[in-house]
Design a protein around this ligand. Structure first.
Ligand SMILES: *Cc1c(COP(=O)(O)O)cnc(C)c1O
Length: 400
């Protein structure tokens, strides 16, 4: 007998750590922008595995790379050369302003690594400087270190004392960075656009000012591109949208095209890690980097950054249309395929409950905010269908 969706949900309730309130359905398979539950019901996935599936679910090139690699070699220690990680390294370096890469397994781990790099730079080049400035409403991950970097009380308060050496200041405020800088500061770490913090786009000159300040004070400027990288904002990397070059970046989410893969990259001048300084058993694993290489190749060769941005601009236009129709939508914001609407009431959960029932997956990034992060490969027809479902859900929940 096959296990039903209801039975799977009971198993979750009995066995799993209850750290998330799940959506009501059990998912079974997926393709492109769509996922299907155990009853065969179809959903448009505008969460894309959490801004991960930039070329969509089960892209044939990614599936083929995984199948082929699984039959060759899955895992070796990084003591040995394996090929997929080298192919992916080449694509990333050839298409960025970075010179060197280290692979790991997640966004939090990428940020742990890149902040270790910054601390080492402070140690050897800046007289032991170790403080790292990050932003309020940022999100850098949930490890002991990255909770201190993440400037949001609800990710920090239950786990104090936090790791020392992180200073949280307001985002999009160059003066806040200036006043937090002292002779112990070694780095500034910022998201090009804050994702989990509510899709916050900084002013156009913010990063140029941060770049100038970091140059003046010899601070490592780290861009956390975990969410914005791999084409999400309309260019392969988010920093390209703001006309500056970071010294180091972290990546994950879209990098593995669905396989758990993270990385941090730096310019040659900041490549201070030496043998023994850092490592990871699974980092650069042959299977995950084969998937990442296949996904990255599709994004780069088929120019999905730009094509996704065109679809994103269309979606933003449709959302702006809804804002004109409903005065309870107070703002539409974001870039490329990372967008959000803000509402006058804390109804995001109720609206999404309604869209999910009607076949559209979305994220309540804040109680009054809905985030859109569909695959870059989403079609205009799929956008129209999603906006139609959202429109009906808004009308129902707000009684409009
Ligand atoms: C998701 C995210 C992280 C954490 O990534 P995990 O893979 O969940 O550890 C870090 N930084 C940013 C900007 C993110 O969006």
């Amino acid at each position: 007998m096959t296990t039903t969706g209801e039975q799977w949900k009971q198993i979750e309730a009995d066995y799993y750590m209850q750290v998330v309130n799940r959506m009501p359905m059990v998912l079974d398979h997926a393709e492109g922008t769509c996922v299907y539950d155990t009853d065969g019901k179809r959903y448009l996935d505008f969460t894309a595995g959490w801004a991960v599936l930039n070329v969509g679910h089960s892209h044939p090139a990614v599936t083929a790379a995984i199948v082929e690699q699984a039959g060759k070699i899955l895992q070796m220690s990084n003591l040995f050369y394996t090929i997929p990680q080298l192919k992916l390294a080449q694509i990333l370096i050839d298409n960025s302003v970075m010179d060197r890469v280290f692979f790991c397994n997640s966004g939090a781990e990428a940020n742990e690594g890149v902040t270790k790099l910054a601390r080492k730079y402070g140690k050897v080049k800046k007289n032991g400087a170790y403080e790292i400035i990050t932003a309020n409403n940022s999100f850098h991950g949930r490890t002991m270190g990255m909770m201190a970097a993440t400037g949001q009380a609800h990710y920090q308060d239950n786990w104090r004392p936090l790791a020392p050496g992180y200073v949280n200041v307001d985002y999009d405020d160059i003066d806040a960075i200036k006043s937090a800088t002292n002779d112990k500061t070694c780095a500034v770490m910022l998201e090009p656009v804050q994702g989990e913090g509510g899709v916050n786009v900084p002013s156009p000159d913010y990063f140029k000012q941060v770049r100038a300040w970091c140059d003046e004070n010899d601070l490592v400027l780290i861009a956390d591109e975990v969410q914005t990288g791999m084409g999400r904002l309309g260019t392969l990397f988010g920093y390209e949208q703001f006309g500056f070059e970071p010294d180091a970046i972290s990546m994950a989410k879209g990098l593995g095209a669905g396989a758990p893969l993270g990385a941090f990259l730096c310019k040659q001048e900041y490549a201070v890690l030496e043998p023994g300084d850092h490592g990871s058993t699974f980092g650069g694993n042959a299977l995950t980097t084969a998937a990442g290489w296949a996904g990255a190749k599709v994004v780069v060769d088929e120019n999905w950054s730009e094509k996704g941005a065109e679809t994103g601009a269309y979606l933003k236009g449709q959302l702006t249309g809804l804002m004109e129709k409903y005065d309870f939508i107070t703002e539409v914001r974001g870039m490329g395929m990372l967008l959000a609407i803000q509402m006058s009431e804390d109804n995001a959960g109720a609206v999404i409950g309604e869209t999910v029932a009607n076949g559209l997956l979305l994220n309540a990034v804040r109680p009054n905010m809905i985030r859109f992060m569909p695959p870059l490969t989403t079609s205009i027809e799929e956008v129209d269908e999603a906006v139609g479902i959202l429109d009906a859900a808004l009308a129902k929940v707000f009684g409009a």
